[in-house]
Design a protein around this ligand. Structure first.
Ligand code: SF4
Ligand code: SF4
Ligand code: FES
Length: 238
């Protein structure tokens, strides 16, 4: 089928303003939007910039806005857009470096804030630290996060307020708050107990709708909020 693409273009070194460029290619219904982008770049316009790596929903690097919705270009198939013009735009909320490539460093900075690694104060055992099957099951959806930032681009609060920590860092915080091997449970909760922390989320559910790994992001954020409330002492402190 013939597919029409309208792609956001911006090269800060050459353009004063962003603009949209139209392309047309023939594609199979089972082709991915990423395949189309590759063909446009290889066969029609080598100046087009976007990120990709794995091509299979694992690396998270080809997150972009596809017809207004944040998604991975390698997960969306041509047949989902039959008869439509496909508009490709960079993830919102982040500075465009070139075309569909944005600067995700502010995003990774926020992820680093929640200390996305196990912190244990016990002496390391000779072999691995064991985790109960129940605890592992409780976390097995949260650990699917590939840091694609689709949820950040889709969140209306992140779009308006760059101080809001945002959904993905909260998913990583959830993952360690509830890991029985981690010893910073209270500290982690206390760190998120501020207006632009867990409380910045106002339950739009956009993050949950767009997450390519089907992580119930909003539910986890609400669980963190409940846990903060539960552990508040009489003094009002976590
Ligand atoms: S549920 Fe919260 S974090 Fe997710 S999109 Fe809505 S406001 Fe943002
Ligand atoms: S929570 Fe989902 S949408 Fe957000 S960064 Fe992780 S995988 Fe991507
Ligand atoms: S290219 Fe890796 S997730 Fe799409």
């Amino acid at each position: 089928m013939e597919m029409k693409f309208k792609i956001y273009r911006f090269d800060p070194e050459a353009n004063k303003e962003p603009y949209y460029q139209n392309y047309q290619i023939s594609a199979d219904p089972s082709d991915r939007i990423l395949d189309c982008l590759n063909r446009i770049k290889w066969e029609q316009d080598g100046t087009l910039s976007y990120r990709m790596s794995c091509g299979h929903g694992v690396c998270g690097s080809d997150a972009m806005k596809i017809n207004g919705r944040c998604a991975l270009a390698c997960q969306k198939l041509v047949k989902e857009y039959e008869g439509q013009e496909v508009v490709l735009e960079p993830l919102p909320s982040y500075k465009v470096l070139k075309d569909l490539v944005v600067d995700l460093e502010p995003f990774f900075e926020k992820v680093r804030l929640v200390r996305p690694y196990l912190i244990s104060e016990t002496v390391p055992p000779e072999k691995e630290r064991s985790q109960s099957p129940e605890n592992s099951k409780q976390l097995d959806t949260a650990i699917r996060c590939i840091l694609c930032a689709c949820c950040m681009g889709a969140c209306p609060v992140v779009n308006k307020n760059e101080r809001f920590i945002g959904p993905a860092p909260l998913v990583w915080a959830f993952r360690y708050i509830f890991d029985s091997r981690d010893d910073k449970y209270l500290e982690r909760l206390r760190q998120l107990d501020y207006p632009d922390g867990a409380w910045g989320c106002v339950n739009h559910y956009e993050c949950t709708r767009v997450c390519p790994k089907e992580i119930p992001v909003t539910k986890y954020i609400n669980t963190i909020k409940q846990e903060i409330q539960k552990t508040k002492g009489k003094s009002g402190q976590v």
